[in-house]
Design a protein. Structure first.
Length: 761
């Protein structure tokens, strides 16, 4: 965990000192910290946003190098959860640290008052708990606990730094067991597991009920246990039982499980062990996912849940818990205990309900927090159902009465407080959310696929809101309307942004496959040309266009960004032109724009073939950056593009960039492009032929990359004669139309739609 925190500090551009103990009898005294950094470079998902970030981490040990703490502004302790060991380390830190440096613990189980008991006042004033969630790069929650002696500016510094520099969702907690997320999350997990055994559900059924209908990641609860390690559960339970109040609900929920204890004893501890509630097995040369029978302990091929309640859950949470089958009864048992527990803990663990919801969304990746789930059920309905079941109703649920915990009052979002009044929810300075813009005003233009919103200061926002933000003719209609609307209505700039999990996964593949199966070649050709024309119109619009992606921006979603004047990307943006995976080539200008980027890259050797080779490799291998920082290496981002660490600050950062560009904007000048022609194409096709002979590429890979080579080489272009953008766009259209008529490409498209995975044919 300490190495993971160090990695994320390095991701933020900071120099880091990573110290560990000296192993007994070791000749290399920094062996543990050196090994930790080596693991960072190999771990997947990667803790580092770029491998070069590891250079910012200096390793050492606490016997020889504790004096290095004298140069550190923030010292984070992340050692074993042993109070004596921590307090001994704090005493040593106190002798080395500089005045006003901050010391914090990453503990998740030991109260702050015990950590600082008997320590000097100087130390206590500079001490807090900063609980990162694992893995630190990807989990946004940072829980902060201050003690009665902690200086207010320490708390403010940690909040500001965690938010703006580390990109965290920072929540201030009370000094109570488990703080917020683990206090609720541990009870939720134990209740979900215990009730699944008691109610006779399979692991697949339980995870199907717990997952999508409740807004929980697709791992559900049993998959989550496998991920974090089943062997951790007894230790977590022991810690909670040792510190929780006597009448806490967790004490009633927790029951030791002989079944789970047996799994741990035999090494079935989850993904890190021989298997867990799920495992991957090899049968007849194929990988088969298996799940454990909760009665017999035997494994069998995993089968999807057939519970009717799961389907009913698509109609809403109340439909799920009202369903009479065992899934509906199970859903109610889990939700009734979890949500009533969460409601009973305010203000014990946090001052506001939004802090509780934020902690569960960003710490456990729930789509909705407990109070948002209560609003879906209806607090009054929930109260009545609890009473019918003879369960106590939390005071906060009684107090909200017939109302909801959140409400929109005169276009202002408010939350219900433990004082019995509604309070305005305010955003931190520099945070701009599109959800707030949409609540406070009417959209400027749009349809069911995309919308335009006024961000203020003469900046317009274009939002995609199709499934997975895929791109189709309806999206293009709105883009075309926006291009005309901006100068007509006095706007000066455009930001392309949305608050979906992914910016855009590209073309609506289902529509494309349907048209191809009907041999609608004329309509497909028009669609490809329409996309090219609209992206070109964005590129040469009389106003600046800023793309603001987060999550996946693939295929056509990446291509729209390539045509923007600038990109303000969230740090966790994954860009790539992945069309070859479905048997196609980029045809909305992606080939053209990547050629231009590599040809104009001052760090790259000049000459058309060198640039063409780089683009051929990136597109032919369907390279996807694993971070925005990695996207710079692939030139999906340019040196002038910016990165925002905090997702909630992305829109404000993009708007600021758009305003700067608008101050003195003129559209780009159409370029001339020199391409290698037939000789360059021959070199690329020969390379792919060799890969096929070596078994590293398939026969249809060769078909697809032959078309790609034709596009990137310029067709029959003369290397001494420049071509224009229209020439390359025409080659893109011809290539994609030819590929859509091949059985291999249609098979790849169909397989991707059915399985979500590429077909290697």
């Amino acid at each position: 965990m300490g190495a993971g925190i160090a990695a994320h500090m390095a991701n933020a551009g900071l120099p880091v000192v990573l110290l560990d103990i000296v192993p007994d009898g070791a000749n290399a005294r920094n062996a543990l910290s050196d090994a930790a950094v080596a693991r960072l470079l190999k771990t997947n998902p990667a803790p580092l946003m770029h491998k070069r970030n590891a250079r910012r981490i200096v390793t050492g040990n606490i016997e020889d190098d504790l004096n290095q703490l004298g140069e550190c502004d923030w010292i984070i302790e992340a050692i074993i959860e042993n109070l004596d060991a921590k307090r001994d380390l704090y005493a040593r830190i106190e002798t080395e640290r500089k005045t006003d440096s901050i010391v914090s613990s990453n503990t998740s189980t030991i109260p702050l008052e015990k950590l600082t008991e008997g320590l000097p006042e100087r130390f206590c004033k500079d001490f807090a708990i900063t609980h990162f969630f694992n893995p630190p790069r990807y989990m946004r929650l940072l829980e902060i606990v201050a003690g009665p002696q902690t200086r207010p500016d320490v708390l403010q510094s940690l909040r500001s730094f965690g938010d703006q520099t580390l990109g965290k969702s920072v929540v201030t907690c009370k000094d109570t067991p488990g703080f917020i997320a683990n206090r609720i999350g541990i009870l939720w997990m134990e209740s979900a597991i215990r009730f699944a055994f008691e109610d006779g559900l399979t692991v697949e059924e339980a995870d199907a009920v717990i997952g999508r209908p409740m807004g929980v990641p697709k791992t559900g609860v049993f998959g989550l246990m496998d991920l974090v390690g089943i062997d951790l559960q007894p230790h977590v339970a022991a810690s909670m039982l040792a510190t929780l109040p006597e009448k806490d609900l967790y004490r009633d929920i927790h029951q030791p499980s002989l079944f789970i204890n047996q799994m741990i004893e035999t090494g079935f501890t989850g993904r890190k062990g021989k298997g867990g509630f799920y495992r991957l097995n090899t049968e007849s040369g194929k990988r088969v996912k298996e799940s454990i029978d909760l009665e017999t302990g035997e494994y069998h091929p995993s089968t999807p849940s057939q519970l009717e309640s799961v389907a009913a859950g698509r109609q809403g949470l109340r439909a799920l818990v009202n369903h009479p089958d065992k899934g509906g009864r199970y859903a109610w048992r889990v939700l009734s205990h979890t949500l009533s527990y969460a409601a009973s803990l305010v203000p014990e663990i946090a001052d506001t309900i939004q802090d509780v919801d934020e902690a569960m969304r960003t710490g456990y990746a729930w789509k909705w927090g407990p109070f948002e789930l209560l609003d879906q059920l209806g607090p009054a309905w929930f109260s009545n159902r609890l009473q019918q079941d003879g369960m106590p109703v939390p005071e906060l649920v009684t107090a909200v009465g017939e109302g909801n915990f959140y409400r929109n009052q005169d276009n202002t979002l408010e939350s219900f407080g433990h004082s019995g009044r509604y309070n305005t929810i305010s955003r931190a300075e520099g945070v701009l959310l599109l959800s707030d813009i949409k609540r406070e005003g009417d959209r400027i233009a749009g349809n069911s696929a995309a919308s335009a919103w006024d961000l203020g200061d003469q900046v317009l926002c274009l939002e995609f809101h199709t499934k997975m933000n895929s791109l189709d003719a309806e999206v293009f209609k709105v883009i075309r309307e926006v291009i005309t609307l901006i100068p007509a209505k006095g706007f000066q700039a455009l930001v392309i942004y949305n608050e979906g999990t992914n910016f855009s996964v590209g073309v609506n593949l289902g529509q494309a496959l349907f048209a191809a199966n009907l041999a609608g070649w004329s309509e497909i050709g028009k669609s490809v040309k329409q996309g090219q024309d609209i992206y070109q119109a964005l590129k040469y619009a009389p106003f600046p266009v800023v793309g603001a992606p987060s999550g996946m921006a693939l295929g056509g979603g990446c291509e729209v960004l390539l045509h923007c004047d600038a990109i303000q990307a969230h740090a966790e943006t994954y860009l790539g032109l992945v069309e070859v995976g479905v048997g196609l080539v980029p045809a909305w200008g992606g080939c053209k724009e990547m050629l231009l980027r590599w040809m104009n890259n001052p760090k790259h050797p000049q000459g058309p073939m060198a640039a063409v080779g780089k683009v051929f490799e990136a597109i032919g291998m369907a390279n996807v950056s694993r971070s925005a920082e990695e996207a710079r290496d692939l030139l999906f981002l340019r040196p002038t593009d910016n990165i925002s660490m905090n997702r909630d600050r992305l829109l404000a950062d993009a708007k600021a960039m758009a305003r700067r560009l608008a101050a003195d904007y003129s559209p780009p000048t159409p370029p001339e492009i020199r391409l290698p022609g037939p000789s360059g194409r021959a070199a690329m096709t020969m390379a792919v032929r060799d890969l096929c002979k070596a078994g590293k590429a398939t026969s249809h890979d060769q078909v697809v990359t032959t078309q790609l080579a034709y596009v990137l080489s310029g067709g029959e272009a003369d290397p001494t004669v420049p071509v224009n953008e229209a020439h390359v766009l025409r080659l893109e259209r011809n290539a994609i139309m030819a590929l859509l008529k091949t059985p291999g490409t249609l098979a790849r498209m169909e397989h991707m739609l059915e399985s979500g995975k590429p077909l290697r044919n």
